[in-house]
Design a protein around this ligand. Structure first.
Ligand code: IVH
Length: 709
């Protein structure tokens, strides 16, 4: 839904008191119902039935009619959901202090008792059985089970089906008036459907979908504003905005989970039926809810939801159990601020605070350098966490994480624990910003960070312990040195037992050493030895690819082999020389140059050659000096058979340079039909002019003409 609030309009509104044509009234009513229906389909059911452009057209039509007939304007119109003026204040004093209006809850908003273990749940069920005077041997209690949404509680007051007021929970007795902001939340109906009671207070949770949270943070980041730690904080911050236009842009959502005050309402028998009634009123109620019996039913629900948790589109921090029959709820009653009939069964917290002892860097299998925070151990997401990733240099700088800081650590599901934010209020004095080390902590090679990349990498490649297994597997793969039978399991053993450190060590492996490996029969040891021996003579291109130089894939390796012909020439090529290779740009050239400047890498190559590896070298493209090298050509006009591009390619293949303009340094101008000023200039400067045939003759003479067909 992309309809934007429209500003000043060209069309003048009808004069006050002017008669409103009945057709306009009918149309406005229809448009509002229609738009409300589409809002419900889109935001509540996630199943839009018309494309956005059509919705926008209906929306604009309604806006125009409301502008034209001011007497028909209505705060409940879908056009009013884009956020109007900032919230009104209770008094001049509260306005000065920026305090919002206070709302007293007719029915208090209570909190829930928490359970953290199965025993707590069994105890709850037993207390319910006792309180309801049921025989535990023959009877059980029926419960409604729901998710515990991780947002903030609000109460919505509908009078005769119209949303009149929305308030936060506050201290349970009174909260803040957030009506204008809540009216911007598209999943909350401004008008209820069906046969509605005169008063209905709906209680539920305002929250933010993870995808909306991610988008919000992306927007904050690109606007240079502070990001939110989690969807809950983002939801709370957005709901309590002073300017509802900001709230409107934040995409909040809502799930109803109960009711407060009601007047003129025939309450159903159970909580689960009540939820169905709310659905029929057009309110969003989460579909992940079931009715179960006894403690076993509760614990199975908890287990099922636990498996579902990470896959949900929003955060939950547990599940909620409610005795289903209202009569039984009333019988159980309350104890201080919480009902005896309900219980929140919490999941292990996914976020906790702890302190950073130090920041170190880790080297991954591909040489990626990841800064890691070493933490004071903390129980989060169900495990004790002592390390959390800081992702990369930019991320550390953005979050400004330092050794000594108190931080919020998050571990959700199987995801690697991460530091989400620093608690700056608790930063000790004398902390220093983190700086990336210059050399790899494992092998001492340089750390490079290529332009435009977020990740810094160790250039140690072949010799870096952290990258060894990966480097060996890459070296041995079919498209590289093609050593059949040398797979992951073997490489693991060879490296872990210290038998092989670099690819050169492979060629020193004897049969005895191979046969001593786990699950290696004599026959397979012989096969592997034969495969290693056979790989000694592979084409140079494969050998270059096998080295695992960053940015050098199979096709660049081929280009390098063709261009340089010899390994030695490649190894001693300057960055400029590398740039001359087809398709090699600055980033690739730099990466190749860095690789060969690393003494360790040269050593491994020497060792490989010493161990009898003999890359089959190819003739370089430009072995004999190119026939037209050093000559500069300028092309002008339309040639009779060759396109400009073809002519250029032929000349360049013969070593010539093709320039764009004629100067004294131009050796030949090749002119076709309708040649213009370039031809004049050539004649003025006395530069020889050729036609296409002349050019081809010159190429043939130089031994570089295209073969006759
Ligand atoms: S029922 C009298 N149901 O958890 C019971 N609460 O500590 C009133 N919450 O402030 C709450 N999901 O914000 C209920 N399905 C759910 C819930 C839920 C989240 C929150 C709510 C409340 C807190 C209770």
């Amino acid at each position: 839904m992309t309809a934007k609030h429209r500003g000043a309009q060209a069309d003048a509104s009808a004069p006050a008191g002017a008669l409103v044509p009945p057709a306009a009234i009918k149309r406005i009513t229809w448009l509002r119902d229609e738009l409300n229906h589409h809002i419900y389909q889109y935001y509540v059911l996630d199943a839009p039935i018309i494309p956005d452009v059509e919705y926008d057209a209906l929306f604009r039509e309604l806006q125009d009619l409301e502008f034209k007939y001011p007497s028909l304007r209505d705060v409940d119109s879908p056009t009013q959901r884009v956020g109007g003026e900032p919230a009104p204040f209770e008094s001049a004093e509260s306005m000065q202090r920026g305090l919002p209006m206070v709302v007293r809850h007719t029915v208090p908003m209570l909190s829930l008792n928490n359970a953290f273990s199965d025993e707590d749940v069994v105890g709850f069920d037993r207390r319910c059985l006792n309180g309801l005077e049921k025989d535990p041997a023959n009877e059980d209690v029926e419960y409604a089970c729901e998710l515990k949404f991780d947002g903030l509680a609000i109460s919505l007051r509908y009078e005769n089906g119209r949303l009149m007021q929305a308030a936060t929970r506050g201290d349970g007795e009174a909260g803040e008036d957030v009506t204008v902001n809540v009216r911007t939340i598209k999943t909350i109906p401004l008008k209820l459907k069906g046969d509605v009671p005169s008063v209905l207070e709906v209680r539920g949770e305002v929250f933010m979908y993870r995808r909306d949270f991610d988008k919000l943070n992306e927007r904050q980041l690109s606007a240079g504003e502070k990001t939110f730690v989690n969807p809950r904080n983002a939801a709370a911050g957005s709901l309590r905005q002073l300017d509802p236009r900001v709230t409107a842009q934040r995409r909040l959502s809502f799930f109803a989970y109960g009711t407060g005050d009601t007047v003129g309402f025939q309450r159903p028998r159970t909580h689960s039926e009540m939820m169905d009634v709310l659905v029929n009123f057009g309110l969003p109620v989460c579909t992940e809810r079931v009715v179960v019996r006894g403690a076993y039913g509760l614990l199975s629900f908890y287990e099922d939801v636990g498996k579902l948790r990470d896959g949900l589109a929003y955060d939950i921090d547990g599940v909620v159990y409610k005795v289903n029959a209202f009569a039984e709820q009333e019988k159980l009653g309350f104890v201080s601020r919480a009902p005896r009939f309900a219980l929140a069964h919490k999941f292990p917290a996914q976020e906790m605070t702890t302190t950073v002892d130090k920041i170190e860097v880790q080297v991954g299998r591909t040489g990626a350098i990841t800064p890691v925070a070493r933490l004071r151990p903390v129980f989060v997401g169900g495990v004790t966490v002592t390390n959390a990733t800081l992702h990369n240099e930019d991320e550390i700088r953005r979050k400004d994480v330092r050794a000594g800081d108190t931080v919020i650590v998050r571990r959700a599901g199987d995801v690697i624990p991460e530091v989400v934010a620093v608690v700056f209020e608790r930063r000790p004095e004398d902390t220093k910003p983190f700086s990336m080390p210059k050399v790899c902590p494992i092998c001492g090679s340089h750390i490079e960070r290529l332009e435009g990349e977020a990740i810094a990498r160790c250039t140690g490649g072949l010799i870096c312990g952290a990258q060894r297994k990966q480097a060996l597997l890459h070296f041995a793969q079919r498209r590289a040195m093609d050593i059949e039978g040398l797979g992951e399991k073997l490489v693991d053993q060879l490296v872990e037992q210290g038998i092989v450190r670099t690819p050169a060590d492979l060629y020193k492996l004897g049969l005895v050493a191979l046969a001593s490996l786990d699950r290696m029969a004599e026959k397979s040891a012989m096969n592997l030895k034969a495969a290693i021996d056979a790989s000694r003579e592979r084409p140079l291109a494969r050998f270059i690819f096998a080295l695992g130089i960053r940015q050098v894939g199979e096709s660049t390796a081929k280009d390098l082999a063709n261009h340089f012909g010899k390994l030695e020439s490649l190894m001693s090529a300057s960055e400029e020389a590398l740039l001359e290779v087809r398709d090699v740009g600055r980033v690739v050239a730099q990466s190749i140059w860095n690789f060969f400047s690393e003494e360790h890498n040269r050593q491994v190559i020497d060792d490989l050659l010493a161990a009898g590896v003999k890359p089959v070298e190819t003739e370089p493209f430009a072995k004999a000096p190119a026939p037209l090298s050093g000559k500069t050509f300028v092309l002008t006009g339309t040639l009779p058979t060759l396109s400009r591009e073809d002519a250029k390619e032929l000349l360049e293949a013969a070593g010539a340079k093709v320039a764009g303009s004629v100067s004294k340094k131009t050796d030949y101008v090749v002119a076709g039909a309708e040649a213009g000023s370039k031809l004049d200039k050539a004649e003025a400067l006395g530069v020889p002019v050729l036609d296409e045939a002349g050019m081809l003759a010159l190429l043939a003479q130089a031994g570089a003409a295209p073969a006759e067909e």
